[in-house]
Design a protein around this ligand. Structure first.
Ligand code: NAP
Length: 247
């Protein structure tokens, strides 16, 4: 029996990186999928690969910073399947700069996608989940949200905010059948981190007890666990997946 047979999952940022790996894993595990991302073309390619794994999938281009994009994605799921079981609130961006050089536009851009985007996604997805009396939300934080990071004031603020929202929603919606958790990835090899200079990557790898960067599948597996019934008694938690970076 596949883990997500008959479940409907909405995954943001699914065109590449962690979101793409998540879409493929959930497809292989029997989920029906709505994939949301800015990039229509690459999203369509990911959707094709999910369909090749046997998944029924809708590719929904749009920005997570716009509530209308989320409403359209949720409406598409309800129109086709009359249910929404899982939200993987994964899309995110970086706009790094030392604090003294960080423009407010860089701050706002990251807050819009990484914090307000997560807010919009959860609020849109909660409506059918509350009506059904069940649902699971997994939000994407970061070790940076736990500890801060040089050059990432905006990102740290957003990712710490995601933790605060996760715990708040776990309290508000637990009594109504909805679990809400977050994953805090460490340093994961995706297009987001591809621009980091090799020297920095080497230094970061050396600091990881498991002595390697994370793979997108490492995070996809954590999302899948938290979204599955195996995590039925887990809510309000922040699961760090970082090779032991934060000890
Ligand atoms: P990624 O490779 O950049 O993929 C993210 C996807 O989300 C991209 O396709 C991106 O499009 C899309 N996206 C960006 N803004 C969007 C918007 N407004 N609406 C819809 N889609 C949007 O990033 P990743 O490494 O897979 O990261 C996934 C999540 O994990 C993010 O929340 C990130 O902050 C978090 N995370 C990553 C790491 C890491 O080391 N990689 C560590 C900790 C946390 P564009 O290409 O246009 O940006």
């Amino acid at each position: 029996m596949k883990r997500f047979t008959d479940r409907v999952a909405l995954i943001s940022g699914a065109a590449q990186g962690i979101g793409e790996a998540t879409a493929l894993l959930f497809a292989a595990q029997g989920a029906r999928l709505v994939l949301l991302d800015l990039h229509a073309e690459s999203l369509a390619r990911v959707a094709e690969r999910c369909a090749a794994l046997g998944a029924d999938v809708i590719a929904q281009p749009g920005s997570v910073a716009e509530r209308s994009a989320w409403d359209a994605a949720v409406a598409a799921a309800l129109a086709r399947w009359q249910r929404l079981d899982i939200l993987i609130n994964n899309a995110g961006i970086t706009r790094d700069a030392r604090f003294e050089h960080m423009g407010v536009e860089q701050f706002d851009a990251v807050i819009d996608v990484n914090l307000r985007g997560v807010f919009h996604g959860a609020q849109a997805a909660l409506q059918p989940m509350l009506a059904a009396g069940r649902g699971v939300i997994v939000n994407t934080s970061s070790v940076v949200g736990l500890h801060g990071n040089f050059g990432q004031t905006n990102y740290a603020a957003a990712k710490a905010g995601v933790i605060g929202m996760t715990k708040t929603w776990a309290r508000e919606f637990g009594p109504r059948g909805i679990r809400v958790n977050a994953v805090a990835p460490g340093f994961i090899a995706t297009p987001m981190t591809a621009a980091v200079p090799a020297k920095v990557t080497e230094k970061m790898t050396a600091a990881v007890p498991l002595q390697r960067l994370g793979a997108p599948a490492d995070i996809a597996n954590a999302y899948a666990f938290l979204a599955s019934d195996e995590a039925a008694y887990i809510t309000g938690t922040v699961l760090e997946v970082s090779g032991g970076l934060s000890m």
